[in-house]
Design a protein around this ligand. Structure first.
Ligand code: C2E
Ligand code: MG
Ligand code: MG
Length: 603
């Protein structure tokens, strides 16, 4: 009989309805259908079966032997833009784009021969474009004779699109459009398990934008987002396969490179970091951004995706601890970092109590006459076992733990005390410069504290200078209030490491700053690099234009001195004059009044 046909119809139906996720509406309908099904169990005629499907949420149509539409359960408006009345009686062919005619005809023939078919077919929408439909066909039989074909369809275009959307949301970062963590982990996993080409390694890196929080805090989140977008765009320039780069969260990006060795991995990462040489532009303000990168290579047996990423992250943390804007490769010794950090912080507290810190002083010279015009106080740690430890090895840890505030207070007090003592001993009265760290600058009572220390040590405010960095001035309004209060005390402010920070010249006009210290990275290369020569010359000219003094850091050679003199730089500091020296040596230099080498130059 036609039992198998009925069965065939049901199966065709189920196939297509199975595609539909059971939404609440279709679930309700499904239950009703099941009830009706059992009620109508005795009626097994295809036509009756179709009648029971009349109100189904899916669409069916019957095509007669002539190839014309004979019946359908609803207007296929959503998918085809046509009504039932417009279609009944019309040849199915009218709805077929040329490209799918042959396929449709074959389906039709096969079904008429008793087969149940399933296919993805393109059908013409009333507006002329083709839509993708998933169709199931089944022969329609009456009294043992096939009389036509029943087609069940579902518009999968929409489904395809929503799947794409879901996939996108699951695997891509909404803001930058880059793959996200999940995508990257899958990809890394596949690359590792699929075997990396002979003789090559996978380098996985973790990149973090330095002081990104400051951008958000100073310019607002929207601006921060725009910066991230621009960063993502620059990073993608370093990848042939865009899927090898992903955004983790916030200001963190990860990626992978296929390399031959550590050297090549380093070269790729250096290229990545060079993308940050040029400033970004945010609402007309140029912003200099640096990044820190940690990377790991799949050299050990247990290096799965998770492990590699964790190693790269550990290496990144090491870079951050050592002062940012750098990269490093993971080595197993880094694993002790957490412990090391804890020990270090504990040691720092003890060192302060046991008076293991001391100040070195580096003279600053006037470039016109070679006279000592100032001293910069630079902290050292006399460690019982490790000897004299330079600040780069403990300042970052002290900053992280907040310990820098107590340490900074000590430096300030000691520098003021020493300077006053020198003056009391009859040595020339010149200002001492003290470096302020970010945390100190953020303290609410900074001004009160500085005033109290000056009072306590008896140092006249004009003999104290505070060195701030550009990043501290990003929140211009706050910086303005603080600096105004500080300068009202009578102390001077200079901007340290100028040229490496986030800032632009525009804020300098507004802030009560007395001098700029050109970062030594520019000074270092003035002999070789015409760019650096131009930058240094421009900084000097610009500063003078704003009535600011300029001091060049890290001056080591006579050529550098001559260049700086030629461009009328005011002062210099560096090994050419003197390295930082202990206080007794500084006292001797002060007594002599000027530097040997500089004296000869200026005479
Ligand atoms: P900075 O304030 O830019 O200090 C200048 C650094 O450059 C000093 O390193 C100095 O030794 C070095 N230097 C001076 N002349 C030359 C030169 O001709 N060539 C080269 N290659 N280097 C030169 P130092 O003393 O190791 O200090 C490093 C940084 O540590 C300082 O950079 C400053 O940011 C920070 N620091 C030092 N003392 C303190 C402190 O008391 N408090 C805070 N918050 N930071 C400090
Ligand atoms: Mg300094
Ligand atoms: Mg400096």
């Amino acid at each position: 009989m036609n039992g198998w046909h009925t069965d065939s119809l049901w199966r065709a139906w189920s196939a297509v309805s199975g595609v539909l996720a059971l939404s609440t509406a279709s679930l309700g309908w499904f239950l009703a259908r099941e009830r009706r099904k059992s009620r109508d169990a005795k009626r097994s005629h295809d036509a009756e079966l179709l009648a029971s499907l009349e109100d189904s949420p899916l669409f069916f149509a019957v095509i007669g032997l002539t190839g014309r539409f004979e019946r359908m359960n609803r207007d296929p408006l959503a998918s085809l833009g046509r009504t039932k009345d417009q279609l009944i009686g019309r040849p199915m062919e009218d709805l077929l784009p040329a490209a799918s005619r042959e396929q449709a005809l074959q389906l039709f023939r096969k079904t008429l021969a008793g087969e149940r078919c399933s296919a993805e077919l393109q059908i013409l929408h009333a507006s002329g474009h083709a839509v993708d439909l998933q169709i199931e066909t089944a022969p329609l039989a009456r009294a043992g004779r096939v009389e036509g074909v029943v087609i069940f369809t579902q518009d999968i275009g929409e489904r395809k699109r929503s799947l794409e959307r879901i996939r996108y949301m699951a695997y891509y970062d909404d803001m930058t459009g880059l793959p996200n963590r999940r995508f990257f982990m899958n990809r890394l996993h596949k690359r590792l398990s699929g075997g990396v080409a002979e003789g090559t390694l996978l380098a996985v890196f973790y990149l973090d934008v330095d002081r990104f929080k400051l951008v958000n805090a100073s310019y607002g989140r929207d601006t921060g987002d725009i910066l991230l977008l621009q960063i993502a765009e620059r990073l993608t320039r370093c990848f042939d396969v865009q899927e090898d780069l992903a955004r983790m969260e916030g200001d963190e990006f990860v990626g992978l490179f296929e390399v031959r060795d550590t050297g090549e991995a380093s070269a790729r990462i250096e290229a990545l970091m060079r993308q940050f040489d040029e400033p970004f532009e945010l609402g007309g303000i140029p912003l200099h951004v640096t990044v820190s990168v940690g990377f790991a290579l799949n050299v050990e047996a247990g290096d799965d995706a998770g492990t590699l990423l964790k190693k790269a992250d550990t290496a990144l943390h090491r870079v951050k601890e050592n002062g940012r804007n750098d990269y490093t490769r993971y080595v197993p010794e880094f694993e002790n970092t957490a412990l090391h950090k804890l020990t270090l912080q504990h040691e720092l507290i003890e060192a302060l109590q046991q008076e293991q810190f001391l100040l070195y002083y580096q003279p600053q010279y006037g470039l016109s006459d070679g006279r000592i015009v100032g001293l910069e106080a630079l902290i050292r740690w006399r460690h019982p076992e490790r000897g004299l430890v330079p600040p780069a090895q403990f300042i970052p840890a002290a900053e992280d733990s907040g310990m820098i505030v107590a340490l900074g207070d000590w430096v300030l007090r000691e520098a003021c005390r020493q300077n006053r003592a020198w003056q009391d001993a009859g040595l020339p009265a010149i200002p001492v410069s003290v470096n302020l760290s970010f945390r100190q600058f953020a303290q609410l009572d900074l001004v009160g504290k500085v005033a109290a220390i000056l009072e306590e040590t008896g140092l006249d405010a004009r003999y104290l200078k505070l060195e701030i960095t550009e990043s501290m001035t990003m929140d211009v309004e706050r910086a303005l209030a603080y600096l105004k209060a500080l300068t009202a005390l009578g102390i001077g402010i200079s901007v340290d490491d100028f040229g490496t920070g986030y800032s632009s010249f525009h804020y300098l006009k507004r802030l009560p700053i007395g001098s700029l210290k050109i970062d030594r990275s520019f000074v270092r290369d003035i002999q070789q690099d015409p760019n650096d020569r131009a930058i240094v010359a421009a900084i000097i000219a610009m500063a003078h234009n704003l009535q600011l003094q300029v001091i060049a850091e890290g001056v080591e050679t006579e050529e550098q001195v001559r260049f700086l003199q030629h461009h009328r730089c005011d002062e210099m500091q560096g090994y050419y004059g003197s390295p930082p020296v202990p206080s007794d040596e500084a006292e001797r230099l002060l007594a002599s009044g000027s530097g040997e080498s500089l004296r000869s130059l200026s005479s």
